[in-house]
Design a protein. Structure first.
Length: 441
């Protein structure tokens, strides 16, 4: 009974989902093709059944490599690729591949196709990629973020943007300003964590001539932002004395330069960004509750990259186009390593990793970037490595290499394979780790 119910639920999902689903058997022939897949491939399910999968799905190289990688590793994976449809048009899609086992024990692959060109048709990010303005991503959490930006931008309400380092808080602030009635006026940014209390007060509120020996007039950034937007980055690190002056600015719309008692009216919209929740900073006594109430009329939270892994292939493609020549792609192993890493530094860390891979690639290569070109903490997340040579907490590359070599009886080729890297990369890592000449074996 349970099996029949499960089968019915699965059939209902196949018929109703907006995601295309195509399954191939162990021989590579299509055994399932749902209606949504027809909208992507241009084929009727009846016409697709029994065909070799390459006649049904014409995929970019990363996805084609990925399908065979899933069969060999037995682990699901995803990537972003172009899909050539039967009508001759090209659509951008996220391809997710899952292995399945048929009655004879053969390993086939279920391919789920998320047609991003349809899902994101109402918005466009950089170079026409799924996104919004300068932001890239098609995850539902990002779509909600875009909706919120559009909703709050036209008002003058203060905004607090919270998110982990590297998530793009300044980009969000720029978008809010660019879509506001103040878009033609200045957006003035201040890093509240990089200056001492005295210097930050002068930077924000200015200094009157003669306030100190030899002092000249300094116009503060709050005044420079008049009729525009003042962006307070890392506001959670603002010293207590400066917090009180910011509260006065928000409550009364005035600033006083250092060394004078003349209130100067300013018309600014305030957007503040914090790398930690401000509510927690209030509980810890590090941030004024009154200032938070004034600032947080609108709160925008940016999701970390690890919670929207489906956007990683889109971002990788974006950064490859930004930092490399045309035609660069990730290998199947690299795509799985990048997709499986948690990215504690979020989008900024991902961009830096892609830049490293592009910069260190062989100039006479085929344009396929392998996992060995990425930072070791990313490269060592390949499926093979996660099973057979996973680093312990705090383990460095030197220890990992020695352990892999020992685990495989000194066989360098087997050790490199277990780590998911080539022999040349194994030797380079060996030298770079200060282990001397070529390892024995």
């Amino acid at each position: 009974m349970t099996g029949a119910v499960d089968a019915g639920i699965f059939q209902a999902w196949l018929a109703s989902t907006e995601d295309g689903a195509v399954a191939m058997d162990a021989g590579g022939r299509v055994v399932l093709h749902n209606p949504a897949a027809s909208r992507v491939t241009g084929l009727d399910p009846a016409d697709a059944g029994g065909r070799p999968w390459r006649e049904v799905l014409v995929l970019g190289r990363p996805a084609a490599d990925l399908l065979w990688g899933v069969r060999s590793t037995g682990r699901p994976a995803r990537t972003l690729t172009d899909v050539l449809c039967a009508q001759g048009n090209v659509r951008t899609a996220e391809v997710v591949a899952h292995p399945w086992t048929d009655a004879a024990g053969g390993v086939g692959v279920l391919v789920v196709i998320r047609d991003l060109s349809v899902l994101c048709r109402h918005r466009s990010g950089p170079a026409g990629r799924p996104g919004y303005g300068s932001l890239v991503g098609a995850d539902p959490a990002m779509e909600s973020l875009y909706d919120l930006i559009e909703a709050v931008a036209p008002s003058d309400a203060p905004v607090v943007i919270e998110g982990e380092p590297g998530t793009g808080k300044e980009l969000v602030a720029q978008l809010v300003h660019a879509r506001s009635r103040r878009a033609e006026r200045p957006l003035i940014a201040v890093d509240c964590a990089s200056l001492s209390t005295a210097m930050l007060e002068t930077e924000l509120f200015g200094l009157s001539r003669g306030a100190a020996s030899g002092a000249t007039t300094v116009i503060g950034r709050a005044e420079l932002a008049h009729t525009g937007t003042l962006f307070l980055d890392r506001v959670d690190d603002t010293p207590a004395g400066v917090q009180q002056r910011l509260l006065r600015l928000l409550e009364r719309g005035v600033v006083e330069r250092g060394g004078e008692a003349v209130p100067r009216p300013v018309d600014v919209r305030v957007i503040a960004a914090a790398g930690r929740p401000l509510a927690a900073a209030v509980r810890d006594g590090r941030f004024s509750a009154d200032l938070l109430r004034r600032l947080q009329v609108v709160r925008i939270e940016i999701p970390p990259l690890r919670s929207r892994r489906g956007d990683i292939p889109i971002l990788v493609e974006h950064f490859l186009a930004r930092h490399g020549p045309p035609g660069l792609v990730l290998s199947g192993a690299a795509a799985q390593a990048v997709g499986g890493y948690d990215w504690p530094g979020n989008v900024r860390q991902l961009e830096n990793a892609v830049r490293q891979a592009v910069a260190s690639r062989p100039r006479d290569g085929d344009g396929v970037l392998g996992p060995e070109l990425f930072p070791p903490e990313v490269a060592l997340r390949t499926p093979t490595h996660r099973h057979s040579a996973r680093p312990a907490a705090g383990e460095d590359r030197r220890t990992l290499l020695l352990r892999a070599l020992s685990s495989h009886g000194g066989n360098r080729t087997a050790a490199a394979r277990a780590l998911g890297i080539g022999r040349a990369t194994f030797y380079r890592w060996w030298r770079d780790s200060g282990l001397g000449g070529a390892p024995a074996g």
